[in-house]
Design a protein around this ligand. Structure first.
Ligand code: HEM
Ligand SMILES: *[C@@H]1O[C@H](CO)[C@@H](O)[C@H](O)[C@H]1NC(C)=O
Length: 503
């Protein structure tokens, strides 16, 4: 009270208040920001509150990063407000962290916005789950469920082949007119995840399916949006009543939709007969308390399935679109693939994974499309699980670690023509397929992409089946598509149209 009286007395006290607030703010900032460690990676000087964010040109962030890379080397540090971030560049550095010090870099940073889509204790999904025994159990279960997916009926490969057939029919129906491949390819890869999780595919025109794909895309763009990112930096704003409901509306709608699908499954569940991933998970859940503690609970089922959709659809779809874009721009490459297909498979039967070893050129092209397309330029963020060291630098526990996969896939010391589409990167002098170690589009180490095997199957079978059936061409009136892509979580080609002429 006396303070207030004293404050209201005259102008000079406002100055005093100003000084007081400034000092308080600086002390607060000082307490929140990092300690000074010796041997911490170098980086631009961090300012109170905002850290190093003002140095980043948000319209062209890679230009700023290139500058830091040049100035500070392969390992440099940034500070997002009070979050310590270390960026790793180049094959050697990234491999040392993810492979040689796998445990030290296997954690994931936690963001306050997660809670609003259902993230909680023992239910963290899989993609952003903290490194620990729940993540381990869920990852092991998911991998083995995907692997021995025969489950009495069709193998995963047969399902991919079947879906490729549907995709071909839909493309045929375009009758050589210019169209954007994106929607059909999206449907095909979404269907693969649907088959795995819900035991069946949908017709591309199906109402429920269309709604699901739309809800899903909506929720992804919301997650990548500026507002969500901002709330992660300023979580206190999440306490504003009604705000989270507004901001996460799309993600909530999507989760509600998943709830309905799971509910339907639970009603028809028969423990004797496992139809799909959801059934296998329900079976684990029925094992009681311990299973529940290990992450097999209802809340986690919806998060894990949402994660598989998020991680498994746009990634594969974007990669395929890059591959077809390169075919439009490199007709000579396309006709070489046509020749190889005609020689090894012919025009009658469908391609199988067994054909891959006999098709070094096609295989090289798919790998080069992945390398050059570079759809996850900075992968997913990691976090230091404990205090560790990398090339002489000290990286404290809890530091967010960005592994720059782009800098690995385009590392000048490994690739002959890092910034060109050049399938020969994956061929030896005798035309045999070789895979340089720096081919890391799925990352590496403990958190390496869990769906890599499925993704490789989809890429090979979808791509080869379509090229067996069609020649892809640029429509005459269309400008040459851009090859630089745009970036929102993953790097996609700009929309383009093509014509598919039956062979
Ligand atoms: C061409 C397609 C794909 C690419 C390029 C890709 C790439 C990646 C990358 C870069 C990561 C981050 C790894 C890290 O943190 O270091 C990742 C993680 C993950 N991916 Fe993929 N992915 C693809 C397809 C798939 C598919 C089809 C599935 C699902 C069935 C899938 C499921 C996952 C999961 C669950 C994780 C998180 C793993 C963990 O944190 O333990 N991905 N992927
Ligand atoms: C990652 O590497 C690429 C290619 O070297 C570079 O252009 C980009 O700026 C890097 N990003 C970061 C965050 O360092």
């Amino acid at each position: 009270m006396t303070l207030l009286l004293w404050l209201s007395s005259d102008w000079s006290s406002i100055a005093v208040l100003g000084v007081f607030l400034t000092v308080f703010t600086l002390v607060f900032d000082f307490m929140k920001r990092r300690k000074k460690w010796s041997r911490y990676p170098p980086g631009p000087m961090s300012l109170p509150f905002v850290g190093t964010m003002p140095y980043i040109d948000f319209n062209n962030p890679h230009l700023s990063f290139n500058k830091f890379h040049k100035k500070f080397g392969n390992i440099f540090s940034l500070q997002n407000c009070w979050t310590n971030v270390v960026v790793l560049n180049g094959y050697k550095t990234v491999k040392e962290a993810l492979v040689h010090k796998a445990d030290d870099f296997a954690d994931r940073p936690y963001f306050p916005t997660y809670e609003h889509v259902g993230y909680g204790d023992k239910s963290e999904g899989i993609v952003v789950a903290r490194y620990g025994h729940v993540w381990k159990e869920i990852r092991k279960f998911t991998l083995s469920t995907l692997r021995d997916f025969g489950m009495g009926k069709k193998s995963l490969e047969e399902q991919v082949t079947e879906e490729a057939g549907f995709l071909c029919s839909a493309i045929k129906a375009e009758e050589g007119r210019p169209f954007d491949l994106r929607f059909l390819v999206n449907n095909a890869v979404c269907n693969m995840i649907c088959s795995i999780i819900y035991g069946g595919r949908f017709d591309y025109g199906d109402e429920v399916f269309r709604k699901m794909v739309a809800l899903f895309e909506n929720s992804l763009s919301e997650e990548a949006g500026f507002l969500t990112q901002f709330l992660n930096v300023m979580p206190i704003l999440l306490r504003i009543p009604g705000l989270p409901q507004k901001v996460f509306r799309g993600q909530k709608a999507y989760m509600d939709f998943i709830d309905v699908l799971i509910q339907k499954h639970m009603e028809t569940w028969n423990p004797e007969h496992t139809r799909d991933f959801t059934d296998a998970f329900l079976k684990e859940m029925s094992k009681g308390k311990e299973a529940e503690e290990n992450g097999f609970n209802y809340n986690n089922l919806r998060l894990v399935t949402a994660d598989l959709f998020a991680a498994g659809s746009d990634t594969t779809s974007a990669t395929l679109r890059w591959a077809f874009l390169y075919m439009l721009l490199h007709p000579g490459t396309q006709s070489k693939i046509h020749k190889e297909i005609d020689m090894v498979i012919g025009r009658e039967r469908s391609p199988t994974m067994m054909d891959q070893v006999n098709m070094p050129y096609t295989n090289a092209v798919i790998h080069e499309a992945q390398r050059c397309g570079d759809i996850a330029p900075v992968g997913l963020p990691h976090m230091a699980y404990r205090d560790t060291e990398l090339q002489g630098y000290f990286i404290p526990k809890g530091t967010t670690v960005i592994t720059n996969l782009s800098s690995v896939l385009k590392d000048e010391s490994v690739w002959k023509k890092p910034n060109e589409f050049y399938p020969e990167h994956f061929l030896d002098v005798n035309g045999q397929f070789v895979k340089p170690e720096a081919f890391m589009p799925f990352s590496a180490g403990r958190r390496v992409c869990l769906g890599a095997q499925l993704a490789r199957m989809e890429l090979f079978i979808f791509f080869t089946t379509l090229l067996q059936q069609f020649t892809f061409m640029l429509p005459e009136d269309q400008p040459r598509p851009w090859t630089d892509g745009y970036f929102a979580l993953i790097k996609c080609p700009h929309p383009f149209k093509l014509r598919a002429i039956p062979r």
